[in-house]
Design a protein around this ligand. Structure first.
Ligand code: HXC
Ligand code: NAP
Length: 279
């Protein structure tokens, strides 16, 4: 199935593609023949990743600065990309998240996460979707959610409400736009080691162990696993999969998905102090 030309002739944009899961998906898509565009707020990060992945795979990849929270930023990037032809796939991967007691969160803290995850996904999806519909060009939107998108989770509430919104966006537009050639899928990953996620959400060995103990497979997911699943879902082989959110979590969701709910019983107040932003 993963023939080297699986994604040949596909032009794919990955938000947050400079690091972590986004970078891993970019690498796999390049290996399978796609032309890849990545964006993030930090231009130097996406450009460095593009240079490294181009050297490693021989594929075509370009990095752009774009803050997905702002429709004008998104519109400018999408217009620029479309000027050399339509995209075929959008991956909504950019995110923000942190562990916190909800009653202590400021309005800005909620805005920061919901702005990136939910509004960012809406901005990107509309900018690409309107163009696909107008030109009757087929498109695929893959959004990366989390195991707690359907159930919610304590201590990551801005992320939980935003990811639930992204799941709703996926399922709603799968119906509204599916018949007009735009297909929607999502992946709900369990924990996969990345600097961005682990530094903010699993900052101690005790928390890592708690999550591993809870997971039926007693291990984290891998970058290769998400790269392969994403490649399949955006490929033509998955053409009849629409509106589906695939759990890639070793069974964690079935075991009780609200990943961070267990930490309230385990974390002393001193640990909460450490996780607060430094003023
Ligand atoms: C409480 C916090 C906080 C924390 C930030 N804030 N961190 N509040 N606890 N730990 C508050 C700040 O005080 C501020 O509010 C507001 O949030 C915005 O913070 P800024 O630093 O100004 O925001 P910004 O620079 O936009 O950064 C956004 C961010 C940051 C989300 C806060 O973490 C970020 O850039 N993240 C991007 C990468 C990321 O998060 N990756 C992990 C994804 S993993 P005030 O009121 O003080 O101004 C994931 C799923 C993992 O999503 C699942 C694993 C199993
Ligand atoms: P990550 O490395 O921190 O990735 C987040 C990316 O989003 C960064 O490259 C960041 O780049 C970008 N980003 C943040 N705000 C942005 C904005 N406003 N505009 C554009 N880009 C922005 O974390 P990750 O672990 O790879 O997470 C990737 C995705 O997987 C996220 O959707 C996350 O929720 C999901 N996920 C991860 C795990 C896990 O265990 N790793 C589990 C479940 C779900 P800049 O800072 O340069 O903007």
């Amino acid at each position: 199935m993963f023939a080297n030309d699986l994604l040949k002739n596909k032009r794919i944009l990955i938000t947050g593609g400079g690091t972590g899961l986004g970078r891993a998906m970019a690498e796999r898509f390049l290996q399978l023949g796609a032309t890849v565009y990545i964006c993030g707020r930090r231009l130097e990060v996406v450009q460095k990743t593009a240079t490294e992945l181009s050297a490693a795979t021989g594929g075509t990849i370009e990095g752009f600065a774009c803050d997905v929270r702002y429709p004008e930023d998104v519109e400018a990037l999408i217009e620029k990309l479309w000027s050399s032809g339509p995209l075929d796939v959008l991956v909504n991967n950019a995110a923000g998240n942190f562990l916190a007691k909800t009653e202590e969160l400021s309005p800005h803290a909620f805005d920061a996460v919901i702005g990136i995850v939910l509004k960012g996904s809406i901005n990107m999806t509309l900018a690409c979707g309107r163009r696909w519909l107008a030109s009757q060009h087929k498109g695929v939107v893959l959004s990366i959610t989390t195991t707690y998108a359907d159930t919610g989770s304590a201590y990551v509430v801005p992320s939980a409400v935003a990811k639930a919104g992204v799941a709703a966006l996926t399922r709603s537009l799968a119906i509204e736009w599916g018949g007009r050639g735009v297909r929607f899928v999502a992946i709900a990953p369990g924990a996969i080691r990345t600097e961005g996620a682990f530094s903010r959400l699993l900052p101690t060995p005790e928390l890592e162990k708690a999550l591993l103990d809870h997971n039926p497979l007693h291990r984290f997911g891998t970058l290769e696993e998400i790269g392969n699943l994403a490649a399949f879902l955006v490929s033509d082989h998955a053409g009849y999969i629409n509106g589906e959110m695939v759990y890639m979590d070793g069974g964690e969701m079935l075991a009780g998905s609200s990943s961070f709910s267990m930490i309230g019983r385990r974390l002393p107040d001193s640990a909460w102090q450490i996780m607060k932003p430094k003023k």
